[in-house]
Design a protein around this ligand. Structure first.
Ligand code: ZN
Length: 257
C-alpha cells in the first residue's frame, strides 16, 4: 500500500525523490527479502540486446523481471515469448517510453491496459508489476495501475547503464553500493531510451554483478521471488554496507560498452 501523501503528488524525477520513497515506502522502492536481490531490465524487448541479455542470464542460471514497452513488444512478439520461455517474468513499463506527467488518466490507463493485455496474450500470464518510464509515478498512473491489478515498483539501485559513457566497469561500480539484501536493481535490455548500444555495457557487467551478489550471500532473481514489502532484517540495513568495489577482471569488459 502506498500512503495517500505519496500517491497524491505528481512526483519529480526519480533521482530526486527515490531516497524518500525508500525510507517511507520501501515496497514501492522494491525493497525485498534480505537474502535476495531483484534483477530488473527496462525498455525492451530490443533486437540484439534482449537476446544478448537472455544469453548471459542463461549462462549464469539467473532469472529476472523485464519491464517491457508494449509498442516494442508488439513489433517483436517473438522476443517477448523468448523472455517468458526462458523462465523470466514480464512486467509493464508502458505502451511507449512516455513521460506520464500531465497525461490524462484515461490515456494513462489505456496505455497500461494495452501493454498489460499484450503481455497476457503473449505469455498466458497477466503481468503483476508496473514501473513508469523515468521512474516518475504520478497519482493518475498509480490509480490506473491499481485499477488494472498492476503493482507499482521502482528500484533501490541502478547501473546508470543508459549513458553513452557507460562501461561494464562503470555499471558494476554504480550498482555496487546498493547491492545489499532486498535491493531491486534497475538495468536496461534495450537502448530504446538510452545511448545507442549502451546495453553492451549491461551485458558485460552482468557476470560481475552476479559474482558480487554471490560474494555477499545474495541470490539474484525476479521480483516475483523478491518478497517485496517483506520486513528488512536488522543486519542487512542498506546503510550498514559501505560501498565495496570488486575489481573487474582485466579481460576487460570495461572496454566494451
Ligand atoms: Zn525506461
Amino acid at each position: 500500500m502506498v500512503p495517500a501523501g505519496v500517491a497524491a503528488y505528481h512526483l519529480g524525477p526519480a533521482a530526486t525523490w527515490l531516497s524518500t520513497v525508500r525510507r517511507w515506502v520501501p515496497a514501492l522502492a522494491g525493497q525485498g527479502r534480505p537474502d535476495h536481490v531483484a534483477l530488473t531490465f527496462d525498455d525492451g524487448p530490443g533486437p540484439g540486446s534482449t537476446p544478448a541479455v537472455l544469453s548471459v542470464l542463461e549462462a549464469l542460471d539467473v532469472r529476472a523481471t523485464f519491464f517491457v514497452l508494449g509498442a516494442e513488444l508488439a513489433r517483436r512478439p517473438e522476443l517477448g515469448r523468448a523472455v517468458c520461455a526462458a523462465g523470466h517474468e514480464l512486467a509493464v513499463h508502458g505502451w511507449d517510453h512516455r513521460w506520464l506527467l500531465g497525461r490524462p488518466f484515461p490515456r494513462v490507463r489505456e496505455d497500461l491496459a494495452r501493454c498489460r493485455d499484450l503481455v497476457a496474450d503473449l505469455t498466458g500470464r497477466p503481468p503483476v508489476w508496473f514501473r513508469p518510464p523515468y521512474g516518475v509515478l504520478t497519482g493518475d498512473a498509480l490509480l490506473a495501475a491499481r485499477s488494472l491489478g498492476l503493482r507499482p515498483v521502482l528500484w533501490t539501485a541502478w547501473g546508470r547503464d543508459w549513458a553513452a559513457t557507460a562501461t561494464a566497469r562503470s555499471v558494476v561500480e554504480a550498482v555496487t553500493p546498493g547491492l545489499s539484501g532486498g535491493a531491486t536493481l534497475l538495468l536496461h535490455d534495450a537502448d530504446h531510451a538510452s545511448a545507442p548500444g549502451a546495453w553492451r555495457s549491461t551485458v558485460a557487467a552482468l557476470p560481475h554483478i552476479a559474482a558480487l551478489a554471490a560474494a555477499r550471500g545474495l541470490a539474484p532473481g525476479p521480483l516475483s521471488e523478491h518478497g517485496v514489502g517483506a520486513p528488512r532484517g536488522p543486519s542487512r540495513e542498506e546503510d550498514a554496507h559501505p560501498p565495496r568495489f570488486t575489481p573487474v577482471p582485466s579481460a576487460s569488459p570495461a572496454e566494451s560498452r
